[in-house]
Design a protein around this ligand. Structure first.
Ligand code: EPZ
Length: 440
């Protein structure tokens, strides 16, 4: 059994309006929760989004010996005791790729950690070579047997200078946290500069850490002791990818859509692109107001680390480009598997030419027709929702519970509130017809 969304499309008409409220950021909350490993007492967190990935990380921490208490909607405490497990089992890692972020704090606090190669996923190989290389540079030894890494640092980690080949978000966060308990100073160069990282650093500094350089290419961490969350409250920043996804939906199908509880400053690349494409976008301190234009101009997109155009909005913006009045290029520079979803857009009627695993040409002027779709990952899944709203006729999007629900809180409720004709249904996957072997 899995959940599907049934959406009746508007056939390109602008029928949406009203208010969408943006929840806390999945990719900020996940790391703040994991940072609880570095605290000697309870960490209190708020504005945590009610999504599957958050439920999962709380389950994983509890399975490993952590204590999680829900104080109310979006409000939790996390406490990680001395006996916390240092093994991230394959079962755990399979359920949550981002569990790799646990490795740094566990190794730094307990002197050892074991974890499996998380394995690739639909958007890419997702290697962990930067993690292994960084732990070795900080004095750990790494053994590999049947796909499990065993990392030990008997005398604890020591500071090091690390240069990241790619500006990896989770590698940056993992080594900021590892550096907090290392002996001496750790300098990480060519780091990711996503706003979620600056938010994490600001909070850790409030709790006793000494980290400088967040938001710049070089971060410096002075090693110290376990932090204290006493009297401190972590408030999750708004989810810029959730806000951006609804902003793109509004640019295609809204008379006037108000996106509230967001931070427009975290969406400058998208807002600039939409304005150049002729979309009316007005910004206030914590709100964006968008109105769909009568025509969308084609525009080339190149994904890039922050503050460039986010890879997590590449699939949604490609749907918008199928409705543009001409040809646009999309260059996905971060992940090698993140254009696979375009096959299903073509089946809906989009005209797209795949140049190579990183580049497509979107020819625009396409009339999309509703159909059955299978959501491959949470961002392409939301892109299919946008396509279904724009399309003529009905679409059914499968695998919503294992993809879209991972990162978009109450998705059908928030869609319905702005006028989308959407229902969530439970679907029994078609049982494969098993041919009866002919009698001999
Ligand atoms: C984070 O993933 C986000 N996930 C992703 O969001 C996001 O798409 C990505 O950053 C890029 O912005 C979380 O924060 C939980 P990377 P992450 O390491 O950190 C290569 C979503 O939809 N790399 O920044 O795993 C890697 O292959 C998710 O919310 C290595 O080569 O991505 C990629 O090409 C999807 N070796 C590049 O770095 C390593 O050891 C950037 O990936 C690690 C990464």
């Amino acid at each position: 059994m899995s959940d599907s969304l049934v959406i009746k499309g508007f056939g390109g008409k602008r029928e949406l309006d009203g208010i969408v409220r943006v929840p806390g950021a999945k990719n900020a909350a996940l790391k703040a929760i994991v940072a609880g490993i570095l605290f000697r007492d309870e960490l209190t967190l708020s504005n945590i989004p009610e999504i599957n990935d958050i439920e999962k990380i709380f389950e994983l921490l509890k399975e490993m010996g952590g204590e999680v208490t829900r104080l109310g909607r979006g409000k939790y405490t996390v406490f990680i005791p001395k006996g916390f497990s240092t093994e991230i089992s394959p079962a755990i890692a399979k359920r949550m790729r981002a569990s790799v972020v646990l490795t740094g704090p566990i190794l730094a606090r307990f002197g050892k950690v074991s974890f499996p190669h998380p394995g690739g996923c639909i958007i890419g190989a997702r290697p962990v070579d930067f993690f292994i290389d960084g732990f070795q540079k900080m004095g750990a030894t790494v053994k590999v047997n049947d796909n499990m890494y065993s990392v030990t640092a008997e005398n604890g980690l020591h500071g090091a200078e690390l240069f990241l080949k790619n500006q990896s978000v989770t590698v940056t966060e993992t080594f900021i946290m590892a550096g907090l308990l290392a002996k001496g100073t750790t300098v990480i160069k060519n780091v990711a500069m996503e706003p979620e990282i600056a938010e994490l650093v600001n909070f850790l500094n409030k709790c006793g850490a000494k980290i400088t350089g967040a938001g710049t290419p070089t971060i410096t961490i002075k090693g110290g002791k376990l932090l204290s969350g006493k009297g401190k409250l972590y408030k999750t920043m708004p989810d810029r990818i959730d806000a951006g996804s609804f902003l793109i939906l509004g640019a295609l199908a809204a008379r006037e859509l108000h996106i509230k509880n967001c931070n427009p400053k975290h969406l400058e690349a998208l807002i600039e692109i939409l304005r150049q494409a002729g979309v009316s976008v007005e910004t206030k301190k914590t709100e964006i107001i968008v109105r769909a234009p009568s025509a969308i101009k084609p525009i080339d997109i190149k994904t890039h680390e922050y503050p460039g155009f986010p890879t997590d909005l590449q699939a949604p913006i490609t749907v918008l480009l199928t409705q543009a009045t001409g040809e646009s290029k999309v260059f996905e520079t971060i992940f090698e598997g993140r254009l696979n979803y375009t096959e299903e857009l073509v089946a809906m009627g989009a005209s797209i030419t795949v140049m190579d695993p990183h580049r497509i040409l979107v020819h625009g002027n396409s009339e999309l027709k509703g159909r059955k779709l299978t959501s491959p990952d949470l961002r392409a899944g939301l892109a299919f929702v946008i396509a279904a709203v724009v399309a003529k006729g009905e679409s059914v999007i499968h695998n919503v519970d294992t993809t879209i629900d991972r990162g978009y809180e109450n998705v059908e409720k928030r869609l319905r509130a702005i006028g989308v004709n959407v229902e969530r249904v439970l679907v029994v996957p078609e049982t494969p017809v098993v041919p009866i072997a002919p009698k001999d």
